[in-house]
Design a protein around this ligand. Structure first.
Ligand SMILES: *Cc1c(COP(=O)(O)O)cnc(C)c1O
Length: 225
């Protein structure tokens, strides 16, 4: 049996330590519950976790509906298909995986005004891997300007999943590239406050480079099947 409470305590300790040692931002913890049960989510909530992330729309909506009694904040971090944009706009507070204007425009149009703008991050393919989702460095500035202008969305920053790296210094170099692009967008006048980067294996290096949100699944819930 996985001890979610102890795992959460250990992850929070890692976040605090990395924040102290590298004088980075105190990153907030997003618990990635994809593939996990409603009861696992309830256990994490009992241990003080409010923010959860999912990658598959249908699974997510079942869990969101089943936990309406809890004050949870839901983030979408997976690939987005056009026919799922309404479900995402209606059920989530955040989307981290924007990589096309067409999808962003659909999310904006489908966002119920009563919920206020949907918080979004653009997914940046910082390692330039052809197989990865996310925009290239050439596409980033133009997409950021276009997304920032959509009324139903609030562009908060960037999300990235750099290629796995061998050691801390290499991890850190990969995250630095993301942070430099984030800084450049801010210098260009966009009001961004969110760098969503770092997962179970590399959250410490991400915090060292200024991550404000780390997305952690395995280190909290154990391995996924
Ligand atoms: C699954 C996933 C995570 C969590 O990864 P772990 O290695 O289990 O911590 C984080 N971000 C995204 C986008 C994911 O798909």
């Amino acid at each position: 049996m996985i001890d979610i409470e102890a795992n959460l305590r250990a992850v929070r300790e890692r976040i605090l330590t990395a924040g102290k040692v590298y004088a980075g931002n105190p990153a907030s913890l997003l618990a990635v519950s994809k593939g996990m049960s409603e009861s696992a989510i309830r256990r994490a909530f009992s241990a003080g976790q409010f923010e959860f992330a999912e990658s598959y729309v249908q699974d997510a909506i079942v869990k969101i509906n089943a936990t309406q009694d809890l004050p949870l904040v839901w983030h979408f971090i997976g690939p987005i298909q056009s026919n799922k944009t309404s479900a995402i706009a209606e059920n989530f507070a955040w989307v981290h995986s924007i990589d096309r204007l067409k999808i962003a425009a659909r999310l904006s149009a489908a966002r119920p005004p009563l919920l206020g703008p949907l918080n979004v991050c653009i997914q940046f393919n910082s390692s330039g891997e052809a197989s990865k989702s996310g925009v290239t460095h050439e596409q980033l500035g133009g997409l950021a300007r276009d997304v920032a202008a959509l009324p139903g969305l609030k562009l908060r920053g960037l999300m990235a999943i750099p290629a796995p790296a061998k050691n801390f210094d290499e991890q850190r170099r990969a995250f630095r590239i993301v942070r430099e692009h984030f800084d450049a967008l801010r210098s260009a006048g966009l009001q961004l406050d969110t760098l969503s980067m770092g997962m179970s294996d590399d959250l410490d290096a991400a915090i060292a480079e200024g991550a404000t949100i780390v997305r952690v699944g395995t280190a909290i819930f154990g391995p996924r099947n």
